[in-house]
Structures are given as structure tokens and as C-alpha cells.
Design a protein around this ligand. Sequence first.
Ligand SMILES: [Cu+2]
Length: 128
Amino acid sequence: MSRRWNRRASLGVLLASGLVFAACGGGGGGSGGTKTATGGRIDVNAYDPFRFDVKTINALPGELTITLHEKGATEHRFTISSPKFEVKVTPANPVATGKVTLAAGTYPFKCSFDGHAAAGMVGKIVVG
Ligand SMILES: [Cu+2]
């Protein structure tokens, strides 16, 4: 029982920090800004029409847990070509999490769903 409570509490912390990010990133209202991974985790929101809420993700070298959240009504993916990584969300399955290990460097990401990258669903992860 207490274990369940703990899990809830930490989820609450995650949600709260997500709100802080949302509040800070509000400026442009368009194509998203910069987020920094905390504790090796990053949350990315995917919207319609096609955009992520972040263009640049800053992270430390090592394992990065990426959680993609569906905020629209069409399928979205968060795809890194090298190393190969992809998570996919749909309105029916609106949250997807995956782990990728990254060394220092810059890694472009995009939504690999048809036309979405061309419409602006692109960005980069800067590791270092
Ligand atoms: Cu997409």
C-alpha cells in the first residue's frame, strides 16, 4: 500500500516538473524551445498540426529515457536514426517510453510519420 503511494507521489513530482517546463517554455507558442533532461529523463509532447514542444533537448552522456506524449489526434513518432531509436504514440496509446544510450554529440530527431518532419517535427538532442 505504501509502495503504491510512493509511486503516485513520484508521478506527481514528474507531472509538476512537466508543468514547470510548460510554463517556462511558453514564449513562442509555435515550434517549441529548449528542454533539459533531468535525472536522465525527458518528456516530449507531440501536437497537431505537426510539431513537438521542443526543438533542442540538452542531456548528459549515458542512458536517456524519452517519453513521448500524444497531444493531438494523429499518430506521432519520436525517431533517432543513429543510434536507432523510435517510440510511437496514437490517440489510443497516448504515452510511449523508450531508452537510448547516447555519447557526447548532437543527435537529430524527427517524427518519421509521413510528412510530419517536413511540417516541422524535427529537432536535436545535444549531449555533453
Ligand atoms: Cu508526427
